[in-house]
Ligand binder design. Structure first.
Ligand SMILES: NC(=O)c1ccc[n+]([C@@H]2O[C@H](COP(=O)([O-])OP(=O)(O)OC[C@H]3O[C@@H](n4cnc5c(N)ncnc54)[C@H](O)[C@@H]3O)[C@@H](O)[C@H]2O)c1
Length: 336
């Protein structure tokens, strides 16, 4: 069956909005028809490059009658209201993570999402990374037997500015949220969270009572364990590794090199350049695949796009980890 390209509205044209605009423009199944950002110059720049009409007001996008789907890439505090507007307008939505920093606001929208047939997908792009997706498929196919231990290493290249930390909701809600979703990609039914945090190096984290270093362990319903290792800095570049361990073997994802060329000489052998700089480079393919999967959902075909419930579950785990790290307790969770 042939399809018309899905007409997209993009809301928010900052760091991640520009990635989505480029993915939409590059897809034969999508076209950018509207771009909204109160910083209108940003919207104009994106529209000049990738197409679409420009507005400062997202409501104009929903009312235009010219979008079949929207991508919400505006700041986190705007997500809940914009998802509600999208559902009201009957427009399928791919919303960036997290849904909100406040679980009460997420829960206030939960019944509306559940009671609507308008699709809402969450931007947990790492599920679509080819290497992580391959490990997931091979675990599901039984290659390593039952999954017993999952280890996720996730370190940013350097700490963000103090002002970002202040508004971020803390390391667990801002950064580990991706790792909580990756844990649930493999083991959806997490029942217990234990986390430790420390502030070892970042003055911004110290100023705002946040951690710059954390280790979280999760226990799944069947007893399998997840360990998540986070740091806000990594001298060698963006450090994104994963290991799935079972009775019959181990599957590992290593870091992506910036070059396949290594140097060997008198003082060193096989010296390589640092890892890829950050998420825009490391997950470039994942963002494109995330959009492809969302287009399936918009067309009401089979789709593995992460859901609003996945977004809520990751936030429940982040809240539990924050409490665990502050109060030095293990926190039981019920993700239903
Ligand atoms: N999945 C990922 O890998 C990933 C990466 C980065 C950011 N994010 C998420 O994406 C969201 C945006 O992050 P960012 O880093 O791109 O932020 P950013 O600050 O770079 O960009 C946000 C943009 O939204 C605009 N904006 C503000 N209020 C708006 C509104 N009401 N309607 C429309 N636009 C509005 C701003 O003017 C700005 O241009 C956040 O929720 C963040 O957590 C996800």
């Amino acid at each position: 069956m042939t399809h018309q390209p899905v007409r997209f509205g993009l809301i928010g044209t900052g760091r991640i909005g520009q990635v989505h605009a480029a993915s939409i423009a590059a897809s034969p199944d999508a076209v950018l028809t509207w771009v909204a950002d109160p910083f209108v110059d940003g919207a104009r720049t994106v529209a000049a490059r990738h197409g679409g009409a420009v507005t400062a007001d997202p409501a104009e996008v929903f009312a235009s009658g010219e979008v079949d789907a929207v991508v919400i890439a505006s700041p986190t505090p705007t997500h809940v209201d914009l998802i509600a507007q999208a559902i009201e307008a009957g427009i399928p939505t791919l919303c960036e993570k997290p849904i909100d920093l406040d679980l009460a606001r997420v829960d206030a929208l939960r019944a509306t999402v559940a009671g609507s047939d308008v699709p809402v997908a969450l931007g947990f792009n790492r599920r679509f990374d080819p290497a992580f997706a391959e490990v997931h498929a091979r675990v599901a196919a039984g290659e390593i037997g039952d999954l017993e231990q999952l280890t996720i290493v996730s370190r940013d290249p350097s700490a963000p500015p103090a002002a970002y930390i202040e508004a971020s909701g803390g390391i667990f809600r801002d950064m580990t949220i991706h790792d909580f979703d990756m844990a649930r990609f493999f083991l959806p039914d997490i029942v217990e969270v234990t986390a430790v945090g420390a502030t070892l190096f970042d003055p911004g984290a110290r100023e705002h009572g946040d951690f710059d270093t954390a280790v979280t362990t999760l226990r799944a319903a069947g007893g399998a364990m997840v360990t998540i290792v986070n740091s806000r800095h990594s001298a060698a570049g963006y450090d994104q590794r994963l290991e799935a361990f079972g009775a019959r073997g181990t599957l590992q994802v290593q870091n992506m090199p910036t070059s396949l060329v290594s140097f060997s000489g008198e003082a060193q052998v096989e010296a390589k350049p640092p890892y890829q700089a950050f998420f825009l480079e490391r997950y470039a393919e994942a963002y494109a695949a995330e959009l492809r999967e969302f287009i399936q959902l918009v067309r009401r075909g089979p789709s593995t796009s992460p859901t609003f419930e996945d977004g809520r579950a990751a936030l429940v785990l982040a809240d539990a980890a924050q409490r665990s790290a502050v109060e030095h307790v293990t926190v039981p969770v019920d993700l239903r």
